[in-house]
Design a protein around this ligand. Structure first.
Ligand code: ADP
Ligand code: MG
Length: 560
């Protein structure tokens, strides 16, 4: 059993106080295992995912190992892959060191004037945090002396290797004194990293930690790749499919709140807005109608929503990704209260926002899973089911005789089938023609989903094991199981520069099937294989007879 209490790890009071100031209540797994080992002088390999608190895992013991009598000597050298990470780690170290007299940490990275760094180093620092390239630079200029170094930490070693810093790292490690501790942290363990640990560490202790969950587990966090102009459509579909009794939608600007409220009202959703330009009386009134259930959807900015406490919010929508990571936690914390289930849906448009979402994941130590936007069929299916339920309920509640005369009159002119169908249509459409999902958008959403999914399947796969999960009441075909699929072959491939999103957009568009029904897409030089549901290959090939992808004619045939 490892110690999770910082005060039981043999740390100095100064550090314990600083940790308390930072609001860390318990040590994370990687921290509780590595801190005692590093304090004891061991070399350590820390293998754990992003967001598990690795910075503190090495900074805290590193600080404690500094010899305060040697305050002019660089004693700890920390290598980070990027300028941002170096600055971030340095800031965190300074926070842990705040009650320790005379401890100084200096960040050293490319892009900043070297003179400034030289001055900072000359003034004396015990800890240097930097990127390998710039550190090499200072070594060559002899502005960074390595002979007093007693500890080297490679943070995010895998990232450093993938950025091409291997030689620099090896040069640095070869130049620092042999009498030192070498600590390596990495989110993944490649053969190359293991080679480095073999060569430069002494009997290292490996600490491996599975991903830990820190945010409230009863909140299911999902995200959708949505083109900016389609967000209202996606929001409407999700409101229909999940049918939350009460939900909050967060936007980053006041004008977005106003626009969205009018859009939602047009589409027939009882909704209202809340933002900072509204008078207090109007805000209070809005809050009351939300609490009383007169509106189901409250659209708000972060500032206006501060301090709102309403029970039973079943869903929170991040219509825009919050500008501040901490807002995300505040936003989604409004659902799933008191052990109730809640869902948080985030909409992202474009690569930058996906990266922002990854930062949020790291910060919250949680998984936000990519989902496919429900297809228009799925939306209709839910509505049918709801209508069916309300009809059955009406029959069961009785007292229908009062309509007999009207029914008889209608039946003289129309068949009962016509009559019932017309009534159902009225119910399904909620008397509002605009509220039906737009079928044409299905292909767009499928393409976005495909694009994103394939990027994830490549680079980011180990970070967040994503799959498609059950959506509301629908089961969406799990996409990795190839047993349910057969392949069709399309005559375009890498040489035409097609991407998985082009392919998925085309096959979904021509076949009329939701993007979620397709399996693996493998792009080869001259052709592409697409997994289609077993038994459907011939029909899908037929639907693709006029298929064009990137303005090129693409021929489809059954594979095998
Ligand atoms: P990693 O390097 O593993 O990606 P970081 O060290 O950057 O993770 O930590 C991620 C976030 O978690 C930071 O905001 C950090 O302040 C916070 N954190 C780290 N340790 C703890 C802890 N024991 N309790 C609460 N928050 C923590
Ligand atoms: Mg880190």
């Amino acid at each position: 059993m490892s110690i999770t209490n910082f005060s039981e790890m043999g740390l100095s009071d100064d550090v314990i106080r600083a940790v308390e100031d930072m609001g860390f209540e318990e040590a994370t797994h990687i921290q509780s295992q590595s801190i005692p080992l590093i304090l004891a002088g061991r070399d350590v390999i820390g293998h754990s995912q992003t967001g598990t608190g690795k910075t503190a895992a090495f900074s805290i013991p590193a600080l404690e190992k500094i010899d305060p009598t040697q305050h002019k000597t660089v004693q700890v050298l920390i290598l980070c892959p990027t300028r941002e990470l170096a600055v971030q780690a340095c800031d965190e170290i300074r926070k842990f060191a705040k009650y320790k007299q005379g401890i100084k940490a200096v960040p050293i990275f490319g892009g900043q004037q070297i003179d400034r760094q030289i001055t900072a180093l000359r003034q004396g620092a015990q800890i240097v945090v930097g990127t390998p390239g710039r550190i090499m630079d200072h070594m060559r200029r002899r502005t960074l002396k390595l002979d007093g170094i007693r500890m080297v930490i490679l943070d995010e070693a895998d990232e450093m290797l993938s950025m091409g810093f291997r030689e620099d790292i090896e040069t640095i490690l070869a130049d620092v004194p042999d009498e030192r501790q070498t600590i390596l942290f990495s989110a993944t363990m490649s053969r190359e990293i293991i080679r480095i640990t073999r060569e430069y560490q002494k009997e290292p202790e490996l600490i491996k930690v599975a991903h830990e969950q820190v945010t409230v587990p009863s909140i299911e966090q999902l995200y959708y790749e949505v083109p900016q102009g389609k967000k209202v459509e996606v929001l409407s579909r999700l409101l229909d499919v999940y049918n939350p009794s009460r939900s909050m939608v967060f936007c980053n600007t006041k004008s977005m709140v106003d626009d969205l409220v009018s859009e939602l009202q047009l589409r027939g959703y009882p909704s209202g807005g809340l933002h900072g330009d509204m008078k207090q009386a109007a805000r209070t009134q809005m809050m009351n109608s939300f609490k009383k259930g007169q509106i189901d959807v409250l659209v708000a900015t972060d500032v206006a929503a501060r301090g709102i406490d309403v029970e039973n919010i079943e869903a929170v929508f991040n219509y825009d990704i919050p500008q501040d990571v901490e807002y995300y936690v505040h936003r989604i914390g409004r659902t799933g209260r008191a052990g109730k289930e809640g869902r948080a849906f985030s909409f992202v448009s474009g690569r930058r926002q996906i990266n922002e979402l990854r930062d949020i994941e790291a910060f919250t130590k949680s998984k936000i899973e990519l989902h496919a936007v429900p297809s228009s069929d799925e939306v209709l299916e839910t509505r049918f089911r709801q209508v069916q339920a309300s009809i059955v309920a009406a029959i069961q509640s009785g007292a229908l005789e009062q309509y007999n005369t009207l029914v008889d009159a209608l039946l003289e002119e129309h068949s009962s089938l016509e009559l019932v169908s017309a009534l159902i249509q009225l119910l399904v459409k909620k008397d509002d023609k605009d509220s039906l999902p737009n079928r044409n958008d299905d292909a767009v959403f499928a393409a976005e989903y495909g694009k994103n999914r394939h990027e994830i399947a490549g680079k980011h796969a180990p970070r967040t094991g994503r799959g498609v999960k059950r959506q509301g009441d629908f089961s969406v075909r799990p996409r990795r199981d190839n047993a349910d699929f057969e392949n069709i072959r399309l005559s375009v491939g890498r040489k035409e520069h097609v991407s998985a999103s082009h392919i998925l957009g085309a096959v979904a568009g021509y076949s009329g099937l939701p993007g979620s029904s397709f399996g693996r897409i493998e792009i080869f030089q001259d052709y592409t294989l697409v997994g289609v549901p077993k038994g459907s290959a011939d029909a899908i090939v037929a639907s693709l007879k006029d298929c064009k992808i990137m303005r090129r004619r693409a021929y489809a045939r059954r594979e095998g």
